[in-house]
Write a protein that binds this ligand. Structure first.
Ligand code: IP8
Length: 271
């Protein structure tokens, strides 16, 4: 059985987060090239992508991360009048971003399998319900899923982050060797906020007891930023998978990390 790697394409990396539903085609294409090189190296690859400006901005406005709030007085948007409507729009917007990613793969002749979580997952957090082993069974293609709005037992709906999905994929799929979080704008987890940090502020080995600067853009994001990646990454590391946070705008570093070659970035440990 081929070794498997899981790559999370950060939402902030593959989109312009400041503008509603704006993809970054150049970055997506460069990530697809990295995946192609991994496939040529006989690695099986599973991709999970984030939402960026396709999910977070509208979810933030409608507080979709808090579930159904029938008594809250929301300000209507031109194209959206209720939380339920926002749920269906965000699901559509995520399918649009997913199609952009799938098209970038097909342009390079790479077969993909699309797995939208609202069709097969329920509840949020890394303990969500969903039969990963049954669904992710096509190792002839790159299986692709993404952060999404899912139905929930409590609160009617909620946001299942790609950072939660990767945990269960790494734990449930046999032979996953490495999990790589490809992120925007930083080389990994830093000791100081990115605008103050220099080269020497990169934390090369991180575990939950390490102090760090967890920048989280809570004006925009409804999920957890680098802090959620670090915590979820340490859950994955506990199951014996090597976990790295790598600057997604540095394709050679990404490729090296995917192949298990030492490179600049942060490796996450369980403790
Ligand atoms: O960007 C969030 O997924 P993430 C999904 O992987 C939505 O945390 C719809 C906001």
């Amino acid at each position: 059985m081929d070794d498997c790697i899981v790559i999370k394409f950060g939402g902030g990396l593959i989109t312009d987060k400041s503008m509603m539903c704006t993809p970054n085609h150049a970055v997506i294409d460069s990530l697809v090239n990295v995946v192609r090189d991994c496939l040529e190296d006989n690695l099986r690859v599973i991709v999970v992508h984030g939402a960026g400006s396709f999910g977070h901005l509208r979810s933030k406005h409608w507080k979709l991360n808090h579930g159904y709030l029938p008594d809250y007085d929301f300000l209507s948007q031109d194209d959206c009048k209720s939380q339920q409507h926002a749920v269906s729009l965000v699901r559509k917007e995520m399918l649009t971003l997913n199609k952009i990613v799938l098209d970038a793969f097909s342009k390079r002749g790479i077969a993909t399998t699309k797995l939208p979580p609202h069709e097969w997952a329920r509840n949020t957090g890394s303990n969500f319900d969903g039969n990963i082993t049954k669904l992710f069974n096509n190792n002839k293609s790159v299986e692709i899923t993404f952060g999404d709005i899912v139905d929930c037992d409590e609160g009617v709906f909620g946001i299942l982050s790609g950072d939660d999905l990767v945990v269960r994929i790494c734990q449930d799929i046999p032979n996953v060797k490495r999990l790589i979080f490809a992120v925007k704008g930083v080389d990994g987890i830093l000791k100081r906020p990115p605008e103050l940090a220099d080269e020497s502020d990169l934390i090369e080995h991180w575990s939950p007891s390490t102090e760090y600067s967890g920048v989280h853009n809570s004006e925009i994001d409804v999920t957890g930023g680098i802090g959620l990646k670090a915590i979820r990454g340490s859950e994955v590391a506990a199951s014996g998978v090597d976990v790295f946070i790598i600057n997604g705008e540095e394709p050679q570093r990404l490729l090296d990390a995917c192949k298990g070659i030492s490179t600049r970035g942060t490796q996450i440990f369980a403790e």
